[in-house]
Design a protein around this ligand. Sequence first.
Ligand SMILES: Nc1ncnc2c1ncn2[C@@H]1O[C@H](COP(=O)(O)OP(=O)(O)OP(=O)(O)O)[C@@H](O)[C@H]1O
Ligand SMILES: [Mg+2]
Length: 219
Amino acid sequence: MTIVLQAEGIQKSFLKPKRLNLLSDIQLSVREGESIAICGRSGEGKTTLLHILGTLEEADSGTLSIAGMKATSQNAFLLRQKAIGFIFQSFNLLEDFTALDNVLMPAAIARRPISKEKGVELLREVGLEERADTPAKVLSGGERQRVAIARALCNDPTLILADEPTGNLDRANAKRIGDLLMHTVKAKKKSLILVTHDPDLAALCDRRYLLIDGVLKNS
Ligand SMILES: Nc1ncnc2c1ncn2[C@@H]1O[C@H](COP(=O)(O)OP(=O)(O)OP(=O)(O)O)[C@@H](O)[C@H]1O
Ligand SMILES: [Mg+2]
């Protein structure tokens, strides 16, 4: 089956405020239609790894290929627009824009606008249709998280990267989001890498890894 993401020998250290060797040798291969959970203690480097896999941050060394293309600093922007949907740990919504405008934003940036109806449909899938016209700044934490999830699906990405996508949700909404992500992966043959502390969500994924001492171990 097609390999959607291949990471080999990824290393990352931060030099300031003091040297921190975070990722020492990350090897990861994700196929089409496959979901992967990455767990690990706080501060172990999960968000940093997800940012590197999403071309938002550069590794010190190693190689990364996404959707058959080797990621470089030149093509990273295009790769993100075309192939990657990112659900950020801190959501990164545009505060003064409505939920719907936030959802439509990736398509507008990519100059491939989608209809409002499609945006509302994405909001419906996360249970927020009625909040379409509400500015992001007045939404609750869980509502913001769900808008961020709808936005990540806007460009119909090949690869979905989700950083603790149920971290702010109650059990019912966490289940709904878990089911939505898994359904999206299986029905539309997407690939999903998610970071989570939630064992129920990790259990839904095809494979699970623990990030520990800078490497991914099967768990
Ligand atoms: N730009 C940066 N400069 C220096 N240190 C950084 C930078 N980004 C992250 N770090 C440090 O790297 C470590 C790992 O951060 P990261 O956010 O990847 O952890 P995490 O595993 O996602 O943690 P959590 O589960 O709490 O979200 C932390 O100690 C953090 O302070
Ligand atoms: Mg994190």
